[in-house]
Write a protein that binds this ligand. Sequence first.
Ligand code: ZN
Length: 249
Amino acid sequence: MTSYRPDIHNIRVTVWNEYRHERQNERVAKIYPHGIHAAIAAALREKGLTVRTATLDEPEHGLSTDVLNNTDVLIWWGHMAHKEVRDDIVARVQQRVLDGMGLIVLHSGHFSKIFRTLMGTSCDLKWRESDDSERLWVVAPGHPITEGLGEYIEIEREEMYGEHFDVPPPETLVFISWFSGGEVFRSGCCYTRGRGKIFYFRPGHETLPTYHHPDVQRVIANAVLWTAPVPGAPRTFGNTPALRRSSRK
Ligand code: ZN
C-alpha cells in the first residue's frame, strides 16, 4: 500500500504576512523588497504550487471567508503586530484548520494568536539577536518534510530561539536546532488539530535572508505537501439515532 500524496498542482496556498517590518525598516526592505510573503510565494510558485498572498492591512487581513474556503494550506508570518489581528478572523482560521486546512507557522509566528489558540499554551521561548549560526538537525529522516535534505540544514546567521519552548509535545519532531551560542530548540514540530495538520518551522528572522535559503524553501514546500488536506471519511457530530436496536434485553 502506498501512502496518499496530493498532486502539487492541485494545492492552493495562501501566504500571509503582517508586512510591517519591510515597510518600516530599510534593512529588511533590502532583503525582501516586495515583502517576506512575496519571497516565499515566488519560491513556492517555482515548485509548481498555486499561490496567493494576504497581508494584515488588507480588508479582513486578506483572509475573507471566500479566500479561506479556497485555501488548502495557509502559511503565517507575523511578529510586531500579533495583537492587531482581529479575534473573529483568528476564529475563522481556526475553524478552517479544524475542518482540514493545513497551517504552516513560521518563526516569530510562534506568538501569533492563531498558533497560541491552536496550541493552548503560552508558546513562549528564549531568544537572542546576536551573531549566532544555526544548524537544524533532521531527527525524523523518514518524514516527507525532510525529502531532498541532507543530515542537517546550515544557516550562517540566524536569531537564536532556545528551550524551553512552551508548546504541547509535537506529534512528530522533525528538526532540532543547535545554535553556536550553545542552545538547542525544537525547530520543526508537527501537530494535528481536528482534521487539520499544522507545522511549526523556526527559522526566518526578518533582518536576515533566511527565506532565500534553498533548503528553507524546500522545507516550506515539503510542508505544504504534508499539511495539505487528504481524502478521508466524513466527520459526523451531534445526536444520532442507533444503527439498529440493541439486542440486549
Ligand atoms: Zn525574529
